[in-house]
Write a protein that binds this ligand. Structure first.
Ligand SMILES: NC(=O)c1ccc[n+]([C@@H]2O[C@H](COP(=O)([O-])OP(=O)(O)OC[C@H]3O[C@@H](n4cnc5c(N)ncnc54)[C@H](OP(=O)(O)O)[C@@H]3O)[C@@H](O)[C@H]2O)c1
Length: 229
């Protein structure tokens, strides 16, 4: 088996955490970040070296820059980047969403992915190797009421990914991934009680992780949907 270095943003909960658990179980090296100090410390205790977990807010270009500088000094550039960190607005009609909350959804979901690309992808381009997966959503390809800010960011991720894919050298790939519908904190926020009818992240990751590890340069620019969601 080829052991890969996988960078995951938003690794403390939900899909990011489940992907980290599954990747470590399969023998890959996980480099992860999240904002919660407690969650990151817990991961560090559970999975020591060669894995690495850091408190980083992806919305901060400076924090991502420092994180990338440290990791690229210590590891070869990632084989797989999972731009997974994301937030959703509390259910509300667009005109009821406070400006701060709207900005935060944009800053994390769009600028966060761009910050990671800005600071990690140059080292990957140098080697002409690696796959970048930008987490989209069903709501990056369709819409619903009360989640307009979130829909805006995921439609943006689809466009950003397609343009970015055209810029990559052959040997690399960027894809937009709709993970499906999985019972996480985010789903509970937008679906309420009916979230409990959906698959749990650990179950989802058993099928999604092998699928992600198999992505190749031939997938560049594709709009994909994960199996199992
Ligand atoms: N669950 C679904 O059904 C579903 C459906 C479609 C798309 N998605 C997408 O899949 C991805 C994961 O969603 P999820 O359901 O796992 O969400 P979640 O349960 O809310 O977890 C989100 C993760 O992102 C981290 N995060 C949030 N803001 C961050 C920031 N500024 N910097 C770094 N980390 C940050 C959170 O950790 P901290 O709080 O520690 O930062 C957490 O680890 C998202 O991009 C989401 O839009 C999910």
């Amino acid at each position: 088996m080829v052991r890969k270095i996988v960078l995951i943003t938003g690794v403390t909960r939900g899909l990011g955490r489940a992907m980290a658990d599954e990747l470590v179980r399969q023998g890959h090296t996980v480099l992860g970040c999240g904002r919660s100090q407690k969650g990151i410390e817990q991961l560090g205790r559970q999975f020591g070296s060669p894995h690495d977990f850091s408190v980083v807010d992806v919305a901060s270009d400076e924090e991502v820059k420092a994180w990338a500088g440290r990791l690229l000094g210590a590891y070869t550039p990632p084989d797989l980047v999972l731009n997974n960190a994301g937030v959703i607005n509390r259910n509300a009609r667009l005109w009821e969403v406070p400006e701060r909350e709207f900005s935060r959804v944009i800053d994390v979901n769009i600028k966060g992915a761009a910050n990671v690309i800005r600071h990690f992808v140059p080292a990957m381009v140098k080697r002409k190797r690696g796959v970048i997966v930008n987490f989209s959503s069903g709501w990056g390809r369709s819409t619903d009421e009360e989640v307009a800010p979130y829909c805006a960011t995921k439609w943006a991720i689809e466009g950003l990914t397609q343009a970015f894919a055209q810029e990559l050298p052959s040997g690399m790939a960027a894809v937009a991934l709709n993970p499906g519908i999985i019972n996480t904190d985010m789903l509970q926020s937008c679906f309420g009680g009916s979230a409990s009818g959906y698959l749990l992240p650990a179950e989802w990751a058993k099928r999604a992780v092998p699928y992600l590890l198999n992505l190749s340069p031939g997938d560049n620019g594709k709009q994909l949907t994960a199996p199992g969601g």
